[in-house]
Design a protein around this ligand. Structure first.
Ligand code: FES
Ligand code: FES
Length: 140
C-alpha cells in the first residue's frame, strides 16, 4: 500500500475489487461510494492507510449467490443503464435503509444528492430504492 493511495485505488488495484468505480476522482459523483465502518463514504476522498483496521464494505458484498432485494429492485425498475453509477447508489442506499430511512420520495432524493447518474434521469433509481423502503409510489 502506497502512502498516497486512495481507498478506491487500493480496492481496485490491490484487492481486485473492481465493482467500486472511479468517476470524477474529485469527491463529486459518488461512483466510488463504499461503507467505511457502516458509513457511506466516497472512497476517492479517503487514504487507504486511514482505513487500517476498519471495516470496508463494497458492492461485491451485497450478493452471495443471488441478488439482494435492493439489487433485484434496481433490475426490475430499470434503474441500471450503463451501470457506472450503480455500485455507488447501491452502497449509499444500503446506508440510508439502515440509518436515515427516508419517509418520502423527496427526502430520498435529497439524501441521494451526492450520487450522479448520467443515464437514467434518476426516477427509476428512486423507484427502486423507494420500493425497498416501501415508499408510496409517485403519481405520474
Ligand atoms: S470518483 Fe469518488 S466521488 Fe467521483
Ligand atoms: S446508469 Fe449510467 S451513469 Fe447511471
Amino acid at each position: 500500500m502506497r502512502a498516497d493511495q486512495t481507498l478506491v485505488q487500493f480496492l481496485r488495484e490491490e484487492k481486485r475489487l473492481t465493482g467500486t468505480h472511479i468517476g470524477c476522482d474529485t469527491v463529486s459523483c459518488g461512483a466510488c461510494t463504499v461503507l467505511l465502518n457502516g458509513q457511506a463514504v466516497k472512497s476517492c476522498s479517503v487514504l487507504a492507510v486511514q482505513c487500517d483496521g476498519a471495516r470496508v464494505d463494497t458492492v461485491e458484498g451485497l450478493c452471495d449467490q443471488e441478488l439482494s432485494p435492493l439489487q433485484q429492485a434496481f433490475r426490475e425498475c430499470f434503474a441500471v443503464q450503463c451501470g457506472f453509477c450503480t455500485p455507488g447508489f447501491l452502497m449509499t442506499a444500503c446506508e440510508l435503509m439502515r440509518t436515515v430511512k427516508p419517509k418520502s420520495r423527496q427526502e430520498l432524493a435529497v439524501q441521494l444528492a451526492g450520487n450522479y447518474c448520467r443515464c437514467t434521469g434518476y426516477q427509476p433509481i428512486l423507484d427502486a430504492i423507494g420500493r425497498v423502503l416501501a415508499l408510496p409510489s409517485p403519481s405520474r
